[in-house]
Design a protein around this ligand. Structure first.
Ligand SMILES: *[C@@H]1O[C@H](CO)[C@@H](O)[C@H](O)[C@H]1NC(C)=O
Ligand SMILES: *[C@@H]1O[C@H](CO)[C@@H](O)[C@H](O)[C@H]1NC(C)=O
Length: 173
């Protein structure tokens, strides 16, 4: 009896919740993007691991780099990309132009000594552009806000072993 009451109360609350969350504004407003940082990365020689159950794996070690941005030091001394991590990329033989999916883990060290773990995946687009999505993990009090950031980035290849990624934090409309 009591649980039936709680059940119907829950249903009522659900309906109220759905009613309140119904958003009739059309079209939806686009979120904003604020520049987080730009990073230059030096990669090592790619290791052609070859075909496997998920596609053809290509591993590119990260040798180092630097980053700077409005909230992550706009001026030298710059943050450092530690020589740890790699892109464990996959190519999809069925994708447009053998499309490449990046799967990167790397570690940043800020000029004030904080470590930031960076998780990044992304895809080469049919037109050749390369887009990534990023998430962060840090225990640093100064950069704790990064733990909830949803970010995207655009990769610019400088040459075979160097690339630049401009990253942007998503903000509410
Ligand atoms: C990245 O490289 C470019 C070109 O060499 C340079 O102008 C820029 O200052 C570098 N940025 C960082 C954060 O190292
Ligand atoms: C991928 O293939 C399409 C269709 O053949 C072509 O138009 C496009 O330029 C190719 N992109 C790259 C990056 O090669």
């Amino acid at each position: 009896m009591k649980s039936a009451f709680l059940g119907s109360l829950y249903c009522v609350l659900m309906l109220v919740g759905l009613g309140l969350s119904t958003d009739n504004r059309m079209p939806p407003k686009a979120p904003g993007l604020s520049h987080l940082y730009t990073v230059n990365i030096t990669g090592g020689d790619a290791v052609p691991v070859g075909p496997g159950p998920r596609g053809t794996r290509l591993v590119v070690p990260i040798l180092g780099g630097n980053f700077a941005g409005p909230k992550l030091k706009a001026h030298p001394p710059l943050g450092t990309v530690l020589p740890i991590g790699a892109d464990w990329a996959l190519t999809d033989a069925n994708g447009v132009n053998g499309s490449l999916t990046a799967n990167v883990r790397q570690t940043f060290k800020t000029d004030d000594g904080a470590f930031i773990q960076v998780f990044e995946t992304g895809e080469v687009q049919p037109d050749g552009s390369a887009f990534v999505r990023l998430a962060y993990e840090t225990g640093s009090e100064a950069y704790y806000w990064l733990n909830t950031v949803v970010a995207i980035g655009i990769i610019h290849n400088v040459d075979t072993n160097h690339l630049t990624i401009d990253t942007w934090q998503m903000t509410a409309p």
